[in-house]
Design a protein around this ligand. Structure first.
Ligand code: CO
Length: 222
């Protein structure tokens, strides 16, 4: 199968043709190993995992965990944010938890994240400034700690990690997740950071499997 990475050397039209050709080759390769491959997938999905990751092209959800089609439900946005008024994220979460009954939700950030980097600076990029504000809110919560890190790269890395931890915590605060726990559903939330230069994920050790670790003000009673 052709690598599309050389698109910078080809015209837009050649690139477009290439990805269509790639799809044909890919589907034929799958069918060669299992003629029923797509027929089986078409019957339904039962993934054990919801992945909430960054839109960054270098962090493809399935590839980095060796997951096949049907094994991971995916939501991606800039800087892997869990915004509790984001209907897109909430709908994905609700479907994953209440219909697919996933057992794990992973928020996966990555070092070198452009969204987090932008949130550390003051440069206006455009409409995205308003999305970046959510990340700046995380900085504001932790500004004393972050400002104490003098090396800019170290501060950037710490901010990436803190941002993931905050998003995992924000997931735990949702009515969707707390309601699942109340119903005895097996569901754990995790926070990871992926290294672009290593291909390795770091488990940040923020694992929520019930609402006991939340501040009292966020513990919903049903
Ligand atoms: Co990113």
């Amino acid at each position: 199968m052709g690598d599309i990475h050389d698109h910078v050397h080809t015209s837009a039209e050649e690139f477009y043709k290439k990805i269509i050709d790639n799809n044909k080759v890919w589907s034929e390769t799958k069918l060669n190993t299992d003629p029923e491959y797509f027929a089986k997938l078409a019957k339904g999905q039962s993934p054990p995992l919801l992945w909430i990751g960054c839109s960054d092209s270098r962090v493809p959800a399935n590839e980095v965990i060796g997951a096949q089609p049907g094994e991971v439900f995916v939501h991606r946005n800039i800087a892997n944010m869990v915004i509790h008024s984001d209907m897109n994220m909430l709908s994905v979460l609700d479907y994953a938890v209440n219909v697919l009954k996933v057992q794990h939700v992973i928020v996966c950030g990555h070092y070198g994240c452009g969204g987090v980097k932008a949130a550390m600076g003051n440069h206006s990029i455009g409409l995205i400034d308003n999305w970046i504000r959510h990340i700046k809110d995380v900085y504001r919560h932790h500004h004393t700690y972050l400002n104490s890190i003098l090396d800019e790269t170290d501060r950037f890395n710490a901010f990436v990690e803190l941002n993931v931890k905050e998003q995992v915590s924000d997931l735990a605060k949702t009515s969707i997740v707390q309601n699942a726990w109340k119903n005895g559903q097996e569901l754990c939330l995790h926070g990871w950071v992926y290294g672009l230069d290593s291909g390795i994920v770091k488990d940040l050790g923020v694992n929520f499997c019930d609402n006991g670790d939340l501040d009292k003000v966020h513990q919903l009673q049903f």
